[in-house]
Design a protein around this ligand. Structure first.
Ligand code: GTP
Ligand code: MG
Length: 337
């Protein structure tokens, strides 16, 4: 068994990407200098697409630039981008590229549509401490290395750890649970500790450059997405600033996911919501910004008999179902109520 899994574990050869052609940036727009870029970014516009979809009056209002300048910038951005249509078949063809990573547990996979988390998407797990967010992250970091026919994406994982909770011992246990070689599995997980939110943001550039250098990264984990932002921007007056930076970060994550056909999994804490009188009085940190940016959100909480309940909260194409699982020594297991 061990032998066989070893054979089938990701043959993670480096394949240098050919697509080195640089994507146009805001600064490449004629007539847009560093000052204008700063204004655009302050308004939450980070790329040509963000600009191309605005109207001149809208842009003038949010940035304080004149309407004439705004119009020119928008027209230039539209010209530089190919704002063409794709037909339904082309769209379908592109969706076919999507890969899946099994959570290691049938119930959770089914909640996520049958095959686990998807590439080209951000999946968020939010919940209280001990609800299983990190355990799920660890399971995914192993399973991404499996070949496609075994529920993986034949690639490596990047684990951005903001809280120092990455545990190699747990990876070993999970790996043994599926009969894989723990050393090999650990070698295919690239771990970085992010010490503050700036560092956390900077690490994404490092991830992009590793991918360009040919690292076959198919899963990017941010555990936790929000903890640093929450700890650093505490004052009331800093909320807008925090949300803006989170927005930017999520935007960058989505871009990495789409451009490299990789899956992003983020964890998020909850806070109590005094406005909620019935049901579970908790809500995810980061509000609408995080909610809208994440493609799939699942809420984790403790259930009876030490189980965990997972509920799909927001999804473009899946029902808001709930299911249960167990966290065990050698992995995540189904729990049937
Ligand atoms: P925070 O990061 O604190 O917000 O929580 P989290 O949601 O990331 O929690 P995590 O995924 O780390 O879950 C921790 C829980 O997993 C523990 O309370 C245990 O119930 C369970 N757990 C962790 N390790 C083991 C293990 O080796 N065996 C078993 N059976 N359960 C474990
Ligand atoms: Mg955790």
């Amino acid at each position: 068994m061990v032998e066989e899994e070893e054979e089938s574990l990701a043959k993670v050869k480096k394949t240098t990407k050919k697509s080195d052609e640089k994507e146009s940036q805001l600064i490449d727009i004629p007539g847009v200098g560093p000052g204008a870029v700063a204004k655009l970014e302050a308004a939450g516009i980070y790329d040509l697409m963000g600009l191309a979809v605005l109207t001149p009056s809208n842009l003038a209002e949010t940035t304080g630039m004149s309407e004439a300048v705004s119009r020119k910038a928008i027209q230039a951005a539209r010209k530089m981008m190919d704002l063409g249509f794709r037909d339904g078949l082309q769209h379908e063809e592109q969706r076919k590229e999507v890969d899946y990573i099994t959570t290691g547990c049938k119930n959770l996979d089914n909640l996520l549509g049958g095959k686990g988390i998807q590439t080209k998407a951000i999946t968020e797990a939010f919940g209280a401490f001990g609800s299983g967010k990190t355990q799920l992250a660890l399971s995914l970091a192993i399973n991404v290395q499996l070949p496609k026919e075994k529920g993986g994406a034949n690639g490596k994982a990047v684990y951005i750890d903001t809280e120092g909770t990455f545990r190699p011992e747990r990876i070993r246990q999970f790996a043994e649970g599926i009969g894989a070689n723990p050393e090999k599995v650990l070698k295919n997980i690239l771990v970085a500790r992010a010490f503050n939110s700036d560092h956390q943001m900077l690490l994404l550039e490092k991830v992009s450059s590793m991918i360009k250098d040919g690292e076959p990264i198919k899963l990017l984990i941010i555990d936790s997405l929000t903890a640093h932002f929450r700890a650093e921007f505490t004052g009331r007056g800093q909320l807008a600033d925090r949300q803006q930076r989170l927005n930017r970060y999520l935007h960058d994550l989505m871009k990495i996911a789409e451009q490299n056909n990789l899956a992003v999994y983020v964890t998020n804490q909850v806070m109590s919501d005094p406005a909620q009188l019935f049901g579970d009085p908790t809500k995810a940190i980061g509000g609408n910004i995080v909610g809208h940016a994440c493609t799939y959100r699942i809420y984790l909480r403790r259930g009876k008999k030490d189980s965990r309940i997972a509920k799909m909260i927001d999804s473009p194409d899946l029902p808001d179902d709930a299911t249960a699982f167990m966290i065990e020594k050698d992995g995540l297991k189904d729990f049937d109520v």
